[in-house]
Design a protein around this ligand. Structure first.
Ligand SMILES: Nc1ncnc2c1ncn2[C@@H]1O[C@H](COP(=O)(O)OP(=O)(O)OP(=O)(O)O)[C@@H](O)[C@H]1O
Length: 766
């Protein structure tokens, strides 16, 4: 048994004292909350007592409205206070369980030594004078993450503060009991990290506040760069750092930032649910989270059905390499590039003078305003006016035209016919309105009904005009693929590529490679609402963004600070990532941070995978011991199933809770699932899966991105399944494992296993 730390009783006493303080604070808050609750209930009950309702004269109506508003505001105010008290209570409850995880003794130059205790939130003493606990995001807490013993300094708004750290201590406290404590020197707690990483993988991600590493802290607290690029090897804590960074920003700018001001793009819904509890765990609300796919799909609207990136991926992994397939593959590559974006821009420039396809405004099956008339109006405007501004002007003109036609229509015969078909209720309404307006003859009543009927029909037409329904965006976009500019960068197969695309557009379907070009094009043509509410945008797994996609995002969020995190070695499909945003050059507002240390896998797993890391990045393993990866040979296909069953059973017996069979494609996943289902309890995960569960999971590698499992089994690590081109996929699959990796192959394992030195894995011939 390790020796007990001599200060443990003292530290436990402090914890007890803190818990007592928290109890007292909680009691006060409970009282306040109860009082407030009563207040709110009473206010709701008597809401109308204090409101003066008088609708006789217009002035009375205005007064009544003001009186209701005032009463409602009072109620809302009380409810907001109630909400923040509840939040405070929640935080106190968490602190009671685990008040802090670190302590540093810091002597600021010229001041007394101070003991700084660091936890997930701040806590003041009774007098509200001294900090009993500092929030991990407070400026002084950065000392804990950035320095060993000795001289140290930190930044405050007022400038740099220097001094000396004489003690750095870590605690594991659970339910108010000190489980362990260590004094550390250089890095933050290998012991604590060992503890955190030695456990089973979880179905939801954990926060890492207690053990944030210095390099990660740089990412979390970065404030100066407009664009922060983080390249980190698999398992280096990029996602963890991204989430801690969001929590940091929400604290640092708590007066200015709402959760709506921060947006996170994650790779898929499964991943979104995997990371969903980190921010609430830290006492922060979840920010806006979406996948890029959902984001652009909304912008496409009803114009097209949209292929998902996963369907595209599945296609890329399973296509038969026919001529048609080859052309599409070239198209996928070209349409991801900035060269294609330039081509779209060149085409857009031609539309200033001619070429936009319009739709006529129709009314009762007849053309009211022809598409030629709209085009004429559009193209007689100054060509220096931007396309979206001209669209607005056309819409204004059309609305005016419609209003005057609307007035003419009122007296037409068809309106009389419609009126006859109206029901009693519509009649009653018109009658009431007519009376209100002082009308008393039947004629007046009919005039009102006529107006109402025409107004209703024109209202929906006007709404369509405001939505630019008079522009045929799809057809105009289609013309892009019939456009053959003299561009040096146009690929040889452009004509075939274009013909394939036109076919899809005409059947109202957009393939994933055309989706971003389409929404970009639509935005340039009609105007895209630049999202100014997003102040910080975080993109995880940014290596899978194409240059075109990133350029689009950058234009859409022109004033937003961005953090891009990813691993160039885990790109799903390398050609798309040639101009990967992670490879952008450093500049005045661009900063790059590289993470080399991998925390997820054991040392043995890193020693194996480092032989076939796709890029040049060196990987430093975190010193955690485990078993060597296993390669199991099968010489007959029928053996594979038995081997898989046996391995799953062994891993379960070892106590592993998440065992993933990671395949190259969904097609392979389905195949394995069909073989195992009924014999082993297992779950097939596809893009429709929104939550991760424990047990045996079968998942294609592109969906497993960013997620980790206790054990990974690669059911077919054979040469024919993973060819030379599949390096990033195979690497990504292997690096999902925290503790164990098992690969099954026939006589010829893939080239990557062959590249690994024999001593780094255990081969087992069946
Ligand atoms: N400082 C840390 N303290 C404790 N655990 C950490 C730390 N950094 C990373 N980890 C753990 O390492 C694992 C990998 O972290 P994470 O998923 O954030 O890495 P990643 O770089 O996003 O990985 P990948 O690129 O492979 O998806 C997680 O279990 C995470 O909790």
């Amino acid at each position: 048994m390790p020796e007990m730390h001599k200060d443990l009783p003292q530290e436990q006493q402090r914890v007890d004292h803190i818990r007592e303080e928290i109890n007292q604070k909680e009691n006060k808050l409970f009282e306040k909350t109860a009082q407030l609750k009563e207040n709110v209930i009473e206010l709701r009950k008597t809401f109308w007592d204090d409101v003066t309702v008088n609708l006789d004269e217009p002035d009375d109506v205005i007064e009544t409205e003001a009186s209701i508003k005032q009463q409602a505001e009072l109620l809302a105010q009380k409810e907001t206070v109630h909400g923040s008290l509840a939040k405070e209570l929640k935080t106190l409850n968490k602190l009671k369980d685990n008040p802090y995880f670190g302590r540093i003794d810091f002597k600021e130059d010229g001041e007394e030594k101070e003991k700084i205790y660091i936890g997930i939130a701040s806590l003041m003493d009774k007098e509200e004078e001294d900090f009993l606990i500092y929030d991990w995001r407070a400026p002084i807490s950065s000392l804990y993450y950035d320095y060993a013993l000795g001289e140290a300094s930190y930044q405050t708004l007022a400038g740099e503060i220097s001094g000396e750290i004489s003690l750095k201590r870590q605690f594991i406290i659970r339910q108010g009991k000190m489980k362990a404590m260590f004094d550390t020197g250089l890095t933050i707690g290998d012991q604590l990290l060992q503890e955190a990483l030695g456990n089973n993988a979880s179905t939801t991600m954990r926060n890492i506040v207690a053990t944030i590493q210095k390099e990660q802290n740089k990412i979390i607290r970065n404030e100066k760069s407009k664009l922060l690029l983080v390249q980190g090897v698999a398992g280096s804590g990029k996602t963890s750092a991204a989430l801690q960074r969001i929590a940091y920003l929400m604290y640092r700018y708590r007066k200015q930032l709402n959760p709506e001001n921060v947006m996170l793009f994650s790779p898929n819904p499964l991943f979104t649910s995997y990371i969903n509890n980190v921010l609430p765990e830290l006492g922060e609300e979840n920010v806006r989270q979406t996948t890029f796919y959902h984001f652009v799909q909304k912008k496409v609207g009803d114009d097209f059905s949209v292929e998902s990136p996963f369907d595209q991926m599945e296609y890329m992994l399973t296509n038969k390499h026919t001529m048609t397939d080859q052309i599409r593959m070239q198209g996928i590559e070209y349409k991801s590039s900035l060269a294609f974006k330039q081509m779209v821009d060149a085409y857009l420039a031609t539309l200033h003078d001619k070429g936009i396809c319009f739709r006529p405004v129709l009314f009762r099956g007849e053309v009211l305003i022809s598409k030629e008339a709209i085009a004429d109006y559009f193209y007689t405007m100054e060509s220096s006016i931007s396309l979206p501004n001209r669209m607005e002007l056309v819409a204004d003109w059309l609305l005016k035209e419609l209003t005057s036609i609307q007035q003419e229509e009122v007296s037409k015969d068809w309106v009389g016919e419609k009126i006859e078909l109206l029901d009693k209720e519509a009649y009653a309404k018109a009658y009431y309105k007519a009376r209100q307006q002082g009308a008393d003859s039947v004629m007046d009543e009919e005039a009102i009904l006529r107006k109402a009927v025409v107004h209703k029909m024109f209202a929906s037409m006007k709404a369509e005009v405001k939505d630019f329904a008079f522009v045929d965006v799809a057809k105009t976009f289609e013309q892009l693929f019939k456009y053959h500019p003299e561009l040096a960068e146009l690929p040889n197969s452009w004509k075939d590529m274009a013909a394939q695309t036109v076919e899809h557009i005409q059947s109202s379907h957009l393939q994933w490679e055309d989706v971003t070009p389409y929404v970009y094009f639509k935005g340039q043509l009609l105007g895209d609402m630049k999202d100014r509410s997003v102040r910080y945008l975080v993109i995880d797994e940014a290596q899978d963004f194409s240059a075109f996609q990133f350029a689009y995002v950058s234009e859409l969020f022109p004033h937003t600070r961005m953090t891009l995190l990813g691993d160039i070695n885990q790109t799903i499909y390398a050609p798309i990532s040639k101009q990967n945003p992670l490879l952008l050059k450093d500049g005045e507002e661009v900063e790059r941070i590289t993470l080399m240390k991998s925390y997820r896998p054991t040392k043995q797993l890193v020693q194996f995978t480092k032989h076939f890391v796709p890029g040049e990045h060196k990987i430093e393993p975190f010193e955690r011991e485990g078993n060597k990866p296993k390669l199991i040979y099968v010489n007959k296909e029928t053996q594979r199933k038995e081997v898989l069953k046996h391995q799953i059973k062994d891993l379960m017996n070892e106590g592993y809770e998440t065992i993933a069979l990671v395949t190259k494609s969904l097609q392979e996943s389905k195949h394995i699932y069909d073989a195992l289902t009924g014999e082993v309890p297992c779950t097939l995960l596809d893009e429709e899966t929104y939550t991760l569960s424990k047990g045996v999971l079968i998942i294609p590698v592109y969906l497993a991105k960013g997620i980790e499992f206790d054990a990974v089994i690669i059911p077919d690590a054979t040469n024919s399944n993973y060819t030379k081109e599949d390096q990033t996929l195979f690497y990504t699959a292997c690096t999902r494992a925290m503790h164990e990796l098992v690969m099954v192959a026939n006589e010829e394992p893939n080239v990557f296993i062959q590249e690994a030195s024999v001593g780094t894995y255990k081969a087992d011939k069946k």
